[in-house]
Design a protein around this ligand. Structure first.
Ligand code: PRX
Length: 652
């Protein structure tokens, strides 16, 4: 977003004077009470020590809460040992909660499974034994390329149990994207499926997985394939095994060994400003503490009675923190749904809310805007009265969508928690507490208790209320990333070098007159498409890897439904023809290189790209074109007539 746009958007946002305090009953009974803020303020880092001991079962208690002596490399809960899977599973069974439903699974075709804590614990123990029998050891990396089926969660927890580090790759990424992630992490095992369902059609992730493996380095010794829908499978004898062959027959006895609080739990690749995705590294004790804490407090969770539904795929951080880990660590019951919201009809989600009596729903603004487009008559056909808290994540939620969510889905009387966080932060960082905060449509509002958020100017000075700047985090937090896999320097450069001693999030933000925070989108080359994070450079690299393309520039243009959409400007090589075919070819090429989610909405063939005298592409001007606005100040261009040439070529 260019600065003037941010300014305009903010002027409008600042006019927001609606407030929605929680009802007196909700406030009185809420999990998070106002005292939580005071406690956090008074105790500093020790606040988290208290939470860690309260929320987790430790094998060995820690001796130091935070070691920040090697900043920005943090160590939380030093000396403590803990097992993530034990905390998510065994301890609930040991405490007599084995019969509680952990997962209600609904497949896209309507097949269902109800899995209790006792059953899930057994399944994870079997999978852990199976993985160990395939030679997986503590510290080994396991790539996971699965649809939203229970085996995805089982795999992640089985890895955590034995101390293997999972690297989940979103099923919508291509074979090439999977391959580069397998190579970067030097994964030993890959867990995938023969297929999934998408909009009623069987879809096959495995051939993509197999294609990736064919070209991957030689670190992979085994591939475990879950049978989901009997799609044809490319099989490599001696390397590939069926899940049901190795897991179903494995022993259900398995002891969870304690791991150091700082033992790596997972790597999750995310887009940065360069073409190469970063492997974000999370460790065990701090991550579990803050995800469990926020899940409990931000969503006002009652594990005995709530049915929690986070609609995110496990391929994204939201699916890690608020599907695979926090709900299970907190002993909650959750719904996992495999398919799309419009299959077989546009009321599918609401049918599921009604069927499972979902009480806490956590989704992205993009989904909400899609439902708005489909019309309120659809959700209104279902009984949504079980809902008592609504959450939003992944991108700024516009006040109109916020109000619609509240009225149509929440019946006009449930709190909405807009949660800001990132793959890097691991857990919620900015969010209202539903029983405390009077919510404000469009604003994520306040830092989570125990978290130090600020908005600073170019020089790192805090801005006063009513002004905007860069979002930073002033103090280390338990679920912070511990680094970028294999690249400590990039970790320092990306997050810790912009402002002295502060974490730079890459987001623009403003404080309104009440001091509440408004997130204004990325200030770097990262785009947010339907809440999915993609980098402009990554897509540019994909485009120029095609023989017809000489140069490419990509911008995120605002889009009513998806928040942002990918718009690409390309210069073709001399021999390539500018016609519809080339656009289709290039869209498909990006799909193959990165994945369908990265396909540009528009590809515009242009004679030149606007560059400064030093050769830097002025994306701001391209963004003006992509959004149909008058082009801004172009005086610093090396050739000021270029924008006219582009305009003429686009008119053609
Ligand atoms: O720009 C912010 C946006 O999503 C980015 C992080 O993306 P990712 O690592 O994929 O994690 C998404 C899910 C946590 C942030 O830098 N973002 C996330 N949540 C919000 C948001 N922007 C505005 N409001 C939010 N609630």
């Amino acid at each position: 977003m260019s600065t003037h746009q941010q300014g305009d958007a903010f002027e409008n946002l600042l006019r927001e004077d609606r407030r929605f305090p929680p009802s007196a009953e909700f406030a009185a009974a809420a999990v998070a009470q106002p005292a939580l803020y005071e406690e956090a303020r008074e105790q500093g880092a020790e606040f988290w020590a208290g939470q860690a001991r309260k929320l987790l079962t430790w094998d060995t208690d820690f001796t130091q809460t935070l070691d920040w002596s090697d900043a920005p490399f943090a160590k939380w809960f030093v000396g403590g040992t803990v097992n993530a899977a034990y905390n998510a599973l065994d301890r609930h069974v040991e405490a007599g909660r084995g019969d509680r439903v952990a997962i209600h699974f609904e497949g896209e075709p309507g097949d269902t499974r109800t899995i209790t804590y006792a059953e899930l614990t057994e399944e994870v123990k079997r999978a852990a034994n199976a993985f160990e029998s395939l030679g997986v050891q503590k510290g080994d990396r396991v790539a996971v390329y699965l649809p939203m089926i229970p085996e995805a969660v089982v795999t992640m927890l089985a890895c955590a149990r034995i101390g293997a580090v999972h690297s989940v790759v979103f099923g919508g990424f291509s074979a090439d994207a999977l391959r580069s992630r397998i190579d970067d992490a030097e994964a030993r095992l890959v867990v995938t499926a023969d297929g999934t369902y998408r909009r009623g059609e069987p879809r096959a992730p495995q051939p993509a997985g197999a294609g990736a493996l064919a070209r991957a380095g030689h670190t992979v010794t085994n591939v475990v394939v879950v049978r989901r829908n009997e799609q044809p499978v490319e099989w490599t004898e001696g390397r590939d095994v069926w899940w049901h062959d190795v897991v179903d027959g494995a022993s259900a006895e398995h002891t969870a060994v304690p791991h150091d609080a700082e033992h790596p739990l997972f790597i999750l690749y995310t887009s940065g400003t360069t073409g190469k995705p970063k492997g974000i590294l999370h460790t065990t004790g701090g991550y579990l503490t803050q995800t469990a804490f926020t899940h409990l407090n931000t969503f006002d969770l009652r594990p005995e009675t709530d049915v929690f539904w986070c609609t995110a795929d496990i391929g994204w951080v939201t699916g890690h923190s608020y599907v695979a880990y926090a709900p299970l660590v907190n002993g909650a019951t959750q719904l996992i749904y495999e398919g799309t919201p419009d299959t077989p009809h546009q009321g599918r989600w609401w049918e599921l809310v009604q069927k499972y009596k979902v009480s806490i729903l956590y989704t992205a603004p993009t989904a909400i805007r899609t439902f708005m487009k489909w019309g309120r008559e659809i959700p209104q056909q279902y009984d949504l009265s079980s809902i008592r808290v609504l959450g939003s994540v992944g991108e700024p939620i516009n006040p109109e969508a916020w109000m619609w969510y509240r009225e149509v889905i929440g019946g006009g009387n449930v709190p909405i928690v807009d949660t800001w966080w990132q793959t890097e932060t691991g857990a919620h960082m900015i969010a209202p507490m539903p029983g405390v905060t009077a919510t404000k449509p469009g604003s994520a509002q306040v830092a989570v208790p125990g978290i130090a958020i600020d908005v600073v100017d170019e020089l790192g000075k805090p801005v006063p209320d009513g002004s905007g700047g860069y979002l930073v985090i002033r103090e280390p937090w338990p679920s912070m990333l511990r680094g970028i896999w294999g690249d400590p320097q990039r970790f320092k450069d990306t997050y810790w070098s912009r402002f002295d001693g502060m974490y730079f999030a890459g987001d623009g933000a403003k404080k309104d007159d009440d001091g509440d925070l408004w997130l204004l989108g990325r200030v770097d080359d990262v785009m947010n498409i339907s809440g999915h994070r993609l980098s402009t450079t990554e897509i540019e690299s994909a485009l120029v890897s095609h023989p017809s393309v000489a140069e490419a520039a990509v911008v995120g243009a605002s889009d009513e439904t998806t928040g942002e959409a990918v718009v690409a400007f390309v210069i073709l090589r001399g021999s390539a023809k500018d016609d519809d075919d080339i656009v289709t070819t290039l869209r498909n090429h990006v799909g193959k290189e990165i994945g369908p989610i990265a396909k540009p909405r528009n590809i515009l063939v242009v004679p030149e790209l606007p560059k400064t005298r030093s050769g830097k592409i002025m994306r701001r001007l391209l963004k003006d074109v992509a959004e149909g606005r008058e082009v801004g100040d172009a005086t610093t261009l090396s050739d000021p007539t270029i924008m006219q040439q582009i305009a003429v070529s686009l008119r053609k």
